[in-house]
Design a binder for this molecule. Structure first.
Ligand SMILES: Cc1cc2nc3c(=O)[nH]c(=O)nc-3n(C[C@H](O)[C@H](O)[C@H](O)COP(=O)(O)O)c2cc1C
Length: 167
């Protein structure tokens, strides 16, 4: 099974979860940023797992992204070097594979980033494999709560198993 994990991440929490999911998926699956997730990579992928942080109650908008490098209370400068997940989804070529989506976020917050992600992937013709998943941080910039990386590995393994059942 050819699977790839594509993520948007400003302070590394979503990137860490993406890597743990790729580990759980096994079979050489990799976690990559939007600029590396080219049409060629997507054409080969039977499963695309897509994740982003929940910012301002939704998938980060262009307006939100512009404010991130100026956050004075952040532990590091926001990584805005890659195309946004919104832009990547809008440019996604049509395909027939499966997908799953996840977000990193605080425990108690309205909104979801995964709703938008699912919409974009479905618009491109892909079919959901499992329910969307959320992974939790303890504060505005992280860190991930204890056990979340292990849960991400397990979710990756569950995705691989579900793919096995559908093929
Ligand atoms: C400007 C800003 C807005 C945020 N808005 C929300 C929000 O609406 N809901 C939520 O649950 N978490 C919110 N968070 C927390 C992030 O979702 C969380 O830190 C996420 O893991 C960041 O992912 P990253 O490190 O991959 O960029 C916000 C964080 C920042 C810095």
């Amino acid at each position: 099974m050819n699977a790839v994990v594509v993520y948007e991440s400003y302070w590394g929490n979503t990137a860490s979860i993406a890597s743990a999911i790729a580990e759980g998926l096994g079979g050489g699956a990799q976690a990559i940023t939007t600029d590396l997730a080219s049409d060629q990579v997507l054409a080969l992928a039977q499963l695309i797992v897509v994740g982003a942080p929940l910012l301002g109650f939704t998938l980060p908008t262009d307006t939100m992204r512009k404010t991130l490098p100026g956050k004075m209370d952040a532990p590091s400068r926001a990584d805005v070097d890659h195309p946004s997940m919104r832009a990547w989804l809008a440019a996604m070529p049509a395909g027939s594979g499966r997908f799953a989506s996840f977000e990193t976020r605080l425990k108690r917050s309205p909104g979801a980033a995964t709703k938008r992600i699912e919409k974009g992937l479905e618009a491109a013709g892909r079919t959901r494999l499992l329910e969307r998943e959320r992974f939790l941080v303890g504060g505005t910039y992280g860190p991930l709560l204890d056990g979340e990386l292990e849960r991400a590995r397990q979710w990756g393994a569950a995705l691989a198993e579900a793919m096995g059942r559908t093929h």
